[in-house]
Design a binder for this molecule. Structure first.
Ligand code: SF4
Length: 203
């Protein structure tokens, strides 16, 4: 029905129950740009998939902040077994992508472009690397629109020929669990999204 909210957690459940205890476990490339957000998602998904984390955050400014977040991503992976795929920091890619959208509010058109940039790179790498599935940690955040992320994820999956795992990871207390795990693992939790615009807006 028009306007009815899609229950993405139900879609995740349907995929996971179809996978059941499939062996060998399917390979999943998980986009992440933040260790704390990835903690719950990794705890959840490593029960079903052979997970590789793609740490990809060209939107994170400045580069020192990117390196700090990458450090804490590695910390998470000391506790939860998954592989790490790193990228070169490419802040210029983000600047080019959002050119003209600098004044957009958080959650506006700049964020749509930013999600698309990160999801496209993840889908491209997932296809090139022969992964069975791909997804992102972004839906664990209560500040991110799951409808937009899942729509873009599906589209990029179709473009590159790799299955998108739908999600709304904040459900099932996922966001709260990520806070608990961040504390337990001694992780740094930033209070802004990543780009300089979101940082300034907080201050
Ligand atoms: S606020 Fe977050 S999602 Fe939006 S453009 Fe900045 S880094 Fe990207």
């Amino acid at each position: 029905m028009k306007g009815e909210k899609i229950n993405y957690q139900r879609q995740t459940d349907a995929v996971l129950s179809a996978l059941d205890q499939a062996l060998p476990r399917p390979a999943l490339l998980l986009h992440s740009c933040c260790g704390p957000c990835s903690s719950y998602v990794l705890e959840y998904l490593t029960r079903f998939f052979d997970v590789t984390v793609l740490f990809y955050g060209p939107n994170i400014q400045p580069e020192a902040e990117y390196r700090k977040r990458l450090h804490y991503q590695r910390e998470v992976l000391r506790h939860i077994p998954a592989k790490l795929m790193e990228c070169e920091y490419d802040g210029d890619a983000f600047a080019r992508a959002v050119s003209g959208l600098e004044d957009e509010p958080e959650g506006g058109a700049r964020c749509t472009v930013c999600f698309a940039l990160r999801l496209e790179e993840t889908a491209r790498r997932a296809a090139a690397g022969g992964f069975d599935w791909y997804c992102t940690t972004l839906t664990v955040s209560p500040h991110k629109d799951p409808e937009r992320i899942n729509r873009l994820g599906t589209a990029m999956g179709e473009k590159y020929g790799v299955r998108w795992l739908p999600s709304d990871f904040k459900k099932k207390n996922g966001y709260l669990r990520s806070i608990v795990l961040a504390k337990e693992y001694g992780l740094y939790r930033q209070d802004w999204c990543g780009c300089g615009y979101s940082h300034t807006a907080k201050r």
